[in-house]
Ligand binder design. Structure first.
Ligand code: ATP
Ligand SMILES: Cc1cn([C@H]2C[C@H](O)[C@@H](COP(=O)(O)O)O2)c(=O)[nH]c1=O
Length: 242
């Protein structure tokens, strides 16, 4: 049955794609086996010159504000720095916005695909050029939001197994009340149910839980209630020591 999508018909996107598709077919479409293979990488370890850092936290925790300030501090210190944010790809953002009731696994797929596009088009190139990449959100968001929505943790890990992992993640820890207050001031409108107290409480709890269990990922919990200048200075000092 699978043969009607024969690998021979595959469009060769770049060298290796056809072989990759053949492997998918020979595995009977068992993606987990493909994703477990460590051979593919967006960036070889000897090519990496820059540092990739992500800012995470509940909605309204100050991610965008702090990412910008940290990038400015790095540039003032003579470093090259770019700011990116997830979700990144306009088409995927629109797809997500237009399908609020999407299945959480499909949603996790879309966020992972978006992340791969960002990795391939932007992050890998910047890291080859000795540039700091400061990202507003990363794969940790999927382990929080898509998990809360019902996707299994192991599936989210599998979908994100090919991506470049940040050298460090800074988790801005604020109370749910602070997140909501800042969101209301920023958006100047009624908040949706996905920005309500109960939802943000679950998001905060999950951030703290997953941060404590991810042992092979450097995660720094930062007091997000402090002044933006103090937070960005503290993060800057940690980044230059990476
Ligand atoms: N440390 C801080 N102290 C006080 N206000 C802050 C602080 N950080 C950010 N703010 C303010 O809170 C609001 C939300 O900040 P910001 O947009 O950076 O948060 P965010 O986490 O990126 O939000 P979202 O999840 O909606 O993208 C903004 O109005 C910003 O000026
Ligand atoms: C990367 C990523 C994001 N999300 C969600 C979390 C937020 O609700 C929006 C992003 O908007 P913001 O302005 O940065 O708050 O997308 C998600 O559910 N899963 C992800 O992997």
């Amino acid at each position: 049955m699978i043969d009607k999508y024969s690998s021979e018909d595959a469009i060769i996107l770049r060298p290796g794609t056809k072989i990759f598709l053949k492997r998918i077919l020979s595995y009977n479409l068992d993606m987990s086996k493909i994703l477990e293979e460590p051979k593919f990488s967006f960036l070889k370890s000897d090519e990496k010159k820059g540092r990739y850092v992500a800012i995470e936290g509940i909605d309204g925790s100050g991610k965008t504000t702090i990412a910008e300030k940290v990038c400015n501090l790095l540039m003032q210190g003579g470093k090259r720095c770019i700011l990116v944010r997830e979700p990144w790809t306009l088409e995927i953002k629109k797809l997500l916005e237009n399908n609020p009731k999407i299945d959480p696994v499909v949603e996790a797929f879309l966020f992972a695909t978006d992340r791969m596009i960002l990795n391939y088009n932007v992050i890998s190139n910047a890291l080859k050029e000795d540039t700091y990449v400061i990202s507003d959100r990363c794969y940790l968001s999927s382990l929080v939001y898509q998990y809360i929505r019902g996707a299994e943790e192991s599936i989210i890990f599998a979908l994100n197994s090919l991506i470049i992992k940040p050298d460090a993640i800074f988790l801005l820890d604020v109370s749910v009340e602070t997140g909501l207050k800042r969101l209301m001031e920023k958006k100047k409108r009624e908040l949706t149910h996905l920005e309500g107290f109960e939802f943000l409480k679950k998001v905060k709890e999950r951030y703290l839980e997953i941060s404590n269990t991810l042992k092979d990922q450097k995660i720094f919990k930062i007091d997000g209630e402090a002044k933006p200048e103090e937070i960005s200075e503290a993060i800057f000092n940690k980044i230059i020591a990476l």
